[in-house]
Ligand binder design. Structure first.
Ligand code: FDA
Length: 315
């Protein structure tokens, strides 16, 4: 039932007609404001500043994925660079998330690579002297090898880079072990995609068990000794509790690892973790192309159906 709901929401997210109608403004933008900071980089930075005042960090994400037009790719790259610059000028830590397909990777891998270098370079050179990172999101299985290669290359060039790995994939344990040895920064997520049993864990129980195991590897003594930076990205409070227990047992300080959640999802839990003294970051999207992103969030939790219904009714 839950899978069918999620599949339906993914189809709705990909429907160009639904997207045109919704984003035209005829339906309410209540759904957008639940999950998205606003239409532009200024709105993203303003919300990041407000969150920081409450002890919560942000990773800014300009919306737009699986882009198939060079014009949109250029727009996406410009938006990522602009937000890095604005964060630096505002004295806020520069943390920007990037999907390879939104910067041209699926059009032409060489273009995607050039754009990734340009954005990471802009982040490295942005004003301010605070911490900075370009976090690469992980898309469907067909992009995993290329995304990891991109990460390793940029890291080899000394650029401030991190990568997202997905617990649903069987290969992730080996990918993670190699990134731990590098002393890299890895954001571990469950994975928003599905694949066959040859490549992936297919039941929620299996995925969760693997997620738990991988969190154990990320927060091991060996990982700490290697200078690895773990990012535990889940809204599952029990997995977060597991990470905290693991971190305490292996001697990690609270400032040596972080939690990350999506803006608009379980906000009270994010506030609680920040109050407990944990590094808490929210993935904070901005931009006009909010519909596919917001509908996927609804797909992750059928209890949010009322939000969608209210939007479509224009209320
Ligand atoms: P799970 O889905 O089990 O949820 C745990 C709890 O949170 C449940 O109680 C659930 O009801 C609640 N919850 C979850 N989603 C909710 C929602 N939308 N609204 C209300 N409650 C909700 N994926 C990917 O493939 N590539 C990527 O690059 C990223 N990047 C990324 C960054 C960050 C910071 C996060 C937090 C997540 C991602 N994801 C991702 C998405 C990720 O793979 C996954 O789909 C979601 O995080 C949901 O899985 P959870 O681990 O949160 O657990």
């Amino acid at each position: 039932m839950r899978r069918a709901w999620q599949a339906g929401m993914i189809a709705l997210a990909r429907s160009p007609r639904a997207k045109r109608w919704i984003q035209s403004g005829r339906a309410t933008s209540g759904l957008a404001s639940r999950y998205v900071a606003g239409p532009d980089a200024e709105a993203g930075v303003a919300l990041a500043a407000a969150l920081l005042a409450r002890g919560i960090r942000s990773s800014l994400f300009y919306l737009g994925e699986y882009v198939d037009s060079p014009v949109l790719v250029a727009e996406n790259v410009a938006a990522k660079r602009e937000v890095a610059d604005l964060l630096g000028r505002a004295g806020i830590e520069i943390h920007v998330s990037v999907d390879p397909t939104q910067i041209g990777h699926s059009l032409d891998p060489a273009l995607g690579r050039r754009n990734a270098l340009a954005i990471a370079g802009a982040i490295a050179d942005a004003p301010g002297d605070g911490q900075r990172l370009m976090m690469i999101d992980m898309e469907d299985r067909s992009f995993v090898d290329a995304t990891i290669a991109l990460h390793d290359e940029l890291r080899g060039d000394g650029l401030p880079i991190g990568i997202t790995l997905q617990a649903y994939l069987r290969r992730t344990e080996a990918d993670l072990a190699a990134r731990i040895r590098q002393g890299a920064t890895v954001r571990l997520v469950k994975g928003a995609f599905a694949a066959g049993a040859d490549a992936a864990f297919t039941t929620q129980a299996e995925i969760k068990a693997n997620h738990r195991r991988l969190i154990g590897l990320m927060l091991s003594r060996a990982a700490r000794d290697a200078g690895f930076r773990p990012v535990i990205a889940t809204h599952d409070d029990r997995l977060q509790d597991h990470a905290i227990a693991q971190a305490e047992a292996a001697g990690w300080g609270k400032d040596e690892y972080e939690f990350e959640m999506l803006y608009g999802v379980r906000g009270a839990l994010a506030e609680q973790r920040a109050r407990e003294g944990h590094r808490m970051r929210l993935y904070l999207p901005f931009g006009r192309d909010w519909w596919p992103y917001a509908v996927r969030r609804i797909g992750e939790n059928p209890r949010n159906a009322w939000l969608l219904a209210r939007s479509l009714a224009g209320g």
